[in-house]
Write a protein of this length. Structure first.
Length: 211
């Protein structure tokens, strides 16, 4: 296609009050999702602009607009989209959301990236996954992950289950458990302990070494 007039090329900063959300937007943004988007903005910045026409009608980015309001922003980046007809504008509001749902994750590659980020102390909550999703993604199924092989001990409370063939945690993973932090590493390594403590001091430290 040689005619590039369809490419939006105007990026502007606009007051939040100038933007008008689509009243019939079929995509629902619940408070939890808006909070996650706001957390992402606080970490990465406002890197994906809102799309709007010359009258301030929002075409894409309703969730980002709500997150910006939650953060108390007064201006947001807006890509001006003036080449769409009224029919195209309403259609694109649907297409922008639905087309992203057509892709899928490569779970193995994603799990590797998640473990790398976790090992670098990045807060995985900022990625938008729930705790349950992260647990599943970071523990890919293997040949031994069959029903009945989940570490059960046939009712013996004192029995110690065999470790899984593919453990969830890898050396270097740092888990945030509410107010607690759990590091998979060597407790005799001063660097590992310092990373776990993140500047705090422990009142008491127990460590066990195997011979």
């Amino acid at each position: 296609m040689s005619d590039l007039s369809f490419i939006a090329d105007r990026l502007e900063r606009r007051p939040i009050g100038w933007l008008r959300p689509f009243a019939r937007n079929p995509r629902v943004h619940d408070p939890e999702q808006v909070a996650r988007i706001a957390g992402s903005m606080a970490e990465f910045g406002f890197v994906v602009p809102i799309l709007a026409d010359g009258q301030g009608n929002v075409i894409a980015g309703h969730g980002r607009l709500l997150a910006a309001e939650r953060l108390g922003l007064t201006e947001v980046p807006v890509v001006m989209v003036d080449h769409l007809s009224e029919t195209q504008r309403r259609a694109y509001i649907i297409a922008d959301n639905q087309l992203t749902l057509s892709s899928r994750w490569d779970d193995e590659v994603l799990a590797g990236l998640l473990h790398e980020l976790n090992g670098e102390s990045f807060d995985l909550d900022l990625l938008g996954f729930s705790t349950e999703q992260l647990d599943d993604l970071m523990a890919p199924l293997g040949d031994d992950d069959e029903p009945g092989s989940s570490g059960a001990t046939d009712g013996d409370e004192d029995a110690v289950p065999e470790p899984p063939a593919q453990p969830v945690s890898r050396v270097g993973d740092l888990w945030h458990l509410g107010e607690h932090r759990l590091l998979c590493g060597d407790s005799t390594d001063p660097a590992a302990v310092a990373r776990l403590m993140a500047g705090d001091e422990a009142a008491l430290l127990f460590t066990v070494t195997s011979s």
